[in-house]
Design a binder for this molecule. Structure first.
Ligand SMILES: CC(C)(COP(=O)(O)OP(=O)(O)OC[C@H]1O[C@@H](n2cnc3c(N)ncnc32)[C@H](O)[C@@H]1OP(=O)(O)O)[C@@H](O)C(=O)NCCC(=O)NCCS
Length: 147
C-alpha cells in the first residue's frame, strides 16, 4: 500500500468518489479548495495498481504558538476496511506532524459516527474524548490526540 499526498488528477477524481460515497454533498470545489489550503495534510492510500482505497483530509489550525491539525475526513473503501488502512493513514499524518512540530490532532464526530461505531476507530488509535455537545439531532463528540 502506498501512502502519499493527494496530488495527481486521477487520484483526486478517485478520492472524491470515495468521499462522496459517504458525504454526497462534498463536491469537487470543496476538495480542490481543501487541497489547495492543506496539501501537506491530505493523504491517500493507494494500491500498486493505482486504485485509491483510503483518504484522509486534515487542516492546520493555530492559536498563539500552538499548532494542531483538525481531521475533517477519514474514509476507507468499504471492502478494504478493518485491514489497518485507516490507522496507517493516521500514522503517516503523525509523522508529518512530528517534522513540523504540530502538537496535537483534533476532530469532532457526529451522530452518525456515534451510532455506527466508527468513532471507535479513533479511540483504538489513541485519541481521547475531550468534550461533547448534546442537542437533539446534533450531538457531537470532540476527540484529541497529543503527539
Ligand atoms: C472509520 C474508518 C476510516 C476506519 O478505517 P479502517 O481502515 O477500517 O480502520 P483500521 O482497520 O485501521 O481499524 C483500526 C481499529 O479501529 C477499529 N474500527 C475501525 N472501524 C470501526 C467501526 N466502524 N466500528 C468499530 N471499530 C472500528 C478496528 O476494529 C480496529 O481495531 P482492531 O485492529 O483492534 O480491531 C472506516 O471504517 C470508514 O471509512 N468508515 C466510513 C467513513 C467514516 O465514517 N469516517 C469517519 C469516522 S468517525
Amino acid at each position: 500500500m502506498i501512502i502519499e499526498k493527494i496530488s495527481k488528477e486521477q487520484d483526486k477524481v478517485q478520492a472524491l468518489d470515495l468521499i462522496q460515497s459517504k458525504w454526497p454533498e462534498k463536491n469537487r470545489g470543496y476538495l480542490d479548495f481543501f487541497l489547495e489550503q492543506n496539501q501537506d495534510y491530505c493523504l491517500e492510500a493507494k494500491e500498486p495498481s493505482g486504485k485509491v482505497v483510503g483518504v484522509l483530509l486534515a487542516r492546520l489550525a493555530s492559536k498563539k504558538d500552538i499548532w494542531w491539525l483538525e481531521i475533517q475526513i477519514v474514509i476507507v473503501e468499504e471492502k478494504e476496511r478493518k485491514k489497518g488502512i485507516g490507522s496507517t493513514l493516521l500514522a503517516k499524518l503523525e509523522e508529518v506532524c512530528e517534522k513540523e512540530k504540530i502538537r496535537y490532532l483534533f476532530l469532532s464526530s457526529g451522530e452518525e459516527d456515534l451510532a455506527d461505531g466508527s468513532f471507535l476507530f479513533y479511540l483504538r488509535n489513541g485519541f481521547k474524548i475531550v468534550g461533547a455537545v448534546r442537542n437533539p439531532g446534533e450531538s457531537l463528540l470532540y476527540f484529541q490526540k497529543n503527539l
